[in-house]
Design a protein around this ligand. Structure first.
Ligand SMILES: Cc1cc2nc3c(=O)[nH]c(=O)nc-3n(C[C@H](O)[C@H](O)[C@H](O)COP(=O)(O)O)c2cc1C
Length: 142
């Protein structure tokens, strides 16, 4: 199972969640790539069975690098791929919902519910992220 995790994070909250998920996936046997979303390469996406985006919400939307990712992959066909979205927020976490909508509109199978954490993730939150990574690694077979 090949899992790519692209994250953006200004204060570290979402990044910590992304790394916990990636660790769970890797320890469960997946081949993983984790990068700031701006550094994700087309090869990473083409090669992946599962694409994970970890995004905080700022001003009711994803940060610019996440929006840049969506713009870049606007014509990409995600059908046959599974997507999962997570992130930290303080209110509604609209960026997560918008990213889910993006993946759905491009044909991905989006696993829901996403993981939305308020503010700084607790140990239990990080365990949930790690557990989700493990599930993604072991249950999504193509
Ligand atoms: C200027 C600013 C605007 C924000 N806007 C929103 C928002 O519209 N919706 C929301 O749910 N959280 C909002 N937040 C909360 C952040 O998403 C939250 O602090 C999150 O933990 C930041 O994650 P990061 O450390 O990964 O960047 C905002 C925070 C700041 C500082």
């Amino acid at each position: 199972m090949k899992i790519v995790v692209g994250y953006e994070s200004y204060h570290g909250n979402t990044r910590t969640m992304a790394y916990a998920l990636e660790r769970g996936a890797r320890e469960a046997g997946a081949e993983t790539v984790i990068r700031n979303i701006r550094q994700i390469k087309p090869f990473d996406i083409k090669n992946a069975d599962v694409v994970v985006v970890a995004t905080p919400t700022y001003h009711q939307k994803p940060p610019s690098n996440v929006r840049y990712f969506m713009k870049n992959y606007d014509n990409f066909d995600f059908s046959g791929k599974t997507a999962f979205v997570l992130g930290s927020c303080e209110e509604l976490g609209d960026a997560i919902d918008q990213t889910i909508d993006f993946f759905r509109s491009k044909g991905a199978t989006v696993l829901t519910p996403p993981i939305k954490v308020k503010g700084k993730p607790t140990k239990a939150d990080l365990e949930s992220c790690q557990q989700k990574g493990s599930e993604l690694a072991t249950t999504q077979r193509f």
